[in-house]
Design a protein around this ligand. Structure first.
Ligand code: HEC
Length: 156
């Protein structure tokens, strides 16, 4: 058993070395950024099926952002508002969802960051309904920043 483990470890070391040699450009890029770094973000500790579900929700969020951008580009402000409210707006159901993932992260910032993002989607919807396309576009930019603020803090 120990021998098998040793072989697996040696293969791992060999594979890492081979990776660096096979990808000199990537190796150089990593070295230029100060060498390999650990992912220091807080991990959301959850079973694999929940990760799959969460990532699916995330891809739906990205789809919603794309549809909102398209609607604003096409001057369809009420459509942009409807998507923002329906897909990204804050609600009791949304709060339950964010709170559940926040509990798994064991960090109250998860819920706070989630809520800030969803409330920005509500701002966008309100500004789009008022017919203020410039403001809605600025909201969209801030909304995406809110997405990334959480990605900077948490990981799977
Ligand atoms: C409160 C936290 C939080 C917010 C807000 C958030 N995300 Fe995420 N998202 C995550 C976490 C955690 C991951 C997993 C990241 C990892 O492991 O690297 C993730 C992953 C993703 C992924 C990768 C999905 C995949 O298939 O791998 C996409 C795309 C994404 N998020 C889009 C968005 C968009 C768009 C928004 C805003 C509208 C958003 N997210 C807001 C926490 C959040």
């Amino acid at each position: 058993m120990k021998t098998v483990l040793l072989i697996v470890m040696l293969l791992g070391i060999f594979a890492t070395g081979a990776f660096a040699l096979d990808h000199p450009a990537m190796h150089q890029m990593i070295m230029e950024q100060g060498g390999p770094k650990a992912d220091t973000r807080t991990e959301l500790k959850m079973p694999e099926p929940m990760k799959v579900m969460h990532k699916g929700i995330m891809r739906n969020h990205l789809d919603a952002i794309s549809e909102i951008a398209a609607a604003l580009a096409g001057h369809e402000l009420s459509r942009a508002a409807d998507i923002a409210t329906k897909d990204l707006g804050w609600s009791d159901a949304q709060e339950k969802m964010c709170a559940m993932f926040g509990d798994l992260a064991g960090d109250k910032d998860f819920l706070a960051l989630g809520k800030a993002m969803h409330l920005k989607a509500d701002d966008l919807a309100a500004d789009a309904r008022k017919g203020d396309r410039d403001k809605a576009l600025a909201d969209l930019s801030q909304l995406i920043r809110h997405c990334n603020a959480c990605h900077e803090r948490f990981r799977h």
